[in-house]
Design a protein. Structure first.
Length: 461
């Protein structure tokens, strides 16, 4: 009986040994580990962001300067006051410009009077020339007729004299009369030539009129300039906005922004806050991830509990090199009702969402191990055993990574606290220098803090 019990015990022990020997060949290597920190694989959203800093700017800032110089008499607006287009911003003492306007008006009146006189002189000269021309034409016609009649009479007297019907005295008298008539006709022709000289004098009078007309036009321009300078003593707002700076006081004498070589005195600065932007500096290593239209999350120290939304609207083509560090300017428009809280020149912390996926499997970075064979995770089976499984990963934001293959939703994985690894560290992004090592430690702590939030969300806390 005792022998049978011993044989039965040996049989059971042998069966157990055979089972344990065969088990490793029927499933992956597993081991039972108690007390491990773990996380459950769940679906969620992942964002890969580019972190940068920048400053808040308005849609447009306009420095208000004056075309005129003088003493400020009115300055109705102060800093933070809203203004509308056309509102009176500044009024200067108009006394000097008013006198210049009156002087220009007097010069125009004098030029107009001289022009009227010149035109009257021209009209009189034209009438006189016309009358003289008619008289000379009549005189020439009359002298010509008289000369022709005298010539005919002289020829008849010669014929009568040849026939002994007239005397020598009568024939000589008719010849003398014809000669006088011819001389009168030639004299009338000379007067006609004198008309050309009078016509030239008339052209000079016309030129005098044109000169006076030019003087009148110049006087009108001077008058318009004087009116504009008087109007320039009143400066109106060019747009709707907020007064963000006031650099002068009532009674101060300011210089013109046109005539002064230094650019003139800045009176006010008006900002258009209808649209708010953040000008961010993005490192050259990240600028390739930035695209127009990408969303951004913005925070400022003044409102730590407020999250502002934005959208990339402009990317600089050329970078800025400062101390061998190249950055690119990215303009982000702030959208949302709370954008009115932001003020120009505030420092902003920006996270531009470069890539985003929803409804994907997520694994915390603390659960990923990297080796020569690639990323792996230690999967905890329901019975507490552990399986080492190879992974295919997608997006990685430094806290969690997208699982493309290797895990299923609901599975639990071990967390390797204090041994955080990532593809970035494996790829040599961080060197072994002390300063960069400290940076890496800080990033490990950030990853742990981030995953703590991830675990709380996975537990529904």
């Amino acid at each position: 009986m005792k022998r049978r019990i011993i044989l039965a015990g040996l049989a059971v022990l042998g069966g157990a040994l055979v089972f344990l020997w065969l088990k490793p060949f029927s499933s992956p290597k597993e081991e039972r580990v108690e007390g491990l920190a773990s996380a459950r694989i769940e679906r969620g959203s992942i964002q890969v962001t580019v972190a940068c800093t920048g400053k808040v700017v308005s849609n447009q800032d306009v420095e208000i300067k004056s075309k005129a110089s003088g003493e400020i008499k009115k300055l109705p607006f102060d800093v933070s006051d809203p203004v509308r287009a056309g509102d009176l911003l500044v009024e200067l003492d108009p006394s000097d410009e008013q006198r210049n306007l009156e002087k220009a008006q007097a010069a125009l009146d004098a030029a107009t009077s001289q022009l009227n006189n010149a035109r009257q002189d021209l009209a009189i000269a034209e009438n006189q020339l016309l009358t003289t021309k008619l008289n000379i034409e009549a005189e020439i016609s009359s002298a010509k007729a008289t000369w022709e009649d005298a010539e005919n009479k002289a020829r008849r007297e010669e014929q009568l004299y040849r026939k002994k019907l007239s005397s020598q005295e009568m024939m000589d008298s008719q010849r003398a009369e014809a000669a006088r008539a011819k001389a009168a006709y030639e004299k009338a022709l000379v007067k006609q030539e004198e008309l050309k000289t009078k016509e030239m004098e008339l052209e000079l009078r016309r030129q005098a009129v044109r000169l006076e007309e030019s003087r009148v036009r110049a006087a009108k321009v001077d008058l318009e300039i004087a009116k504009q300078r008087l109007a320039d003593t009143r400066i109106l707002s060019p747009m709707n906005g907020i007064v963000t700076a006031r650099d002068v006081q009532i009674g101060q004498i300011i210089s013109s922004g046109i005539n002064n070589i230094g650019g003139g005195t800045t009176i006010l600065t008006i900002s258009d806050l209808s649209r708010i932007f953040v000008i961010a500096s993005v490192d050259e290593s990240d600028i390739g991830k930035i695209k127009l239209g990408q969303k951004a999350k913005i925070t400022v120290d003044s409102y730590p509990d407020e999250l502002f939304s934005g959208q990339v609207v402009q990317i600089a083509t050329r970078g800025v090199n400062i101390s061998n560090v190249v950055t690119f300017e990215v303009k982000i428009e702030v959208v949302g009702k709370n954008k009115s809280l932001l003020k120009p020149e505030m420092t902003a912390n920006v996270q531009i969402i470069a890539m985003e996926k929803a409804g994907v499997l997520l694994i915390p970075n603390e659960a990923v191990e990297f080796s020569s064979e690639g990323p792996k995770a230690q999967v905890i089976w329901p019975d507490g055993k552990i399986e080492s499984r190879s992974l295919t990963l997608g997006l990685d934001n430094g806290e969690v990574a997208e699982v493309i293959a290797g895990l299923r939703e609901g599975e639990k994985v071990c967390l390797h606290s204090g041994q955080v690894q990532s593809r970035w560290s494996k790829s040599g992004k961080y060197s072994s220098s002390s300063s960069q090592g400290e940076q890496h430690k800080g990033e490990q702590q950030s990853e742990r803090d981030g995953f703590a939030a991830f675990r709380r969300r996975s537990k529904g806390e």
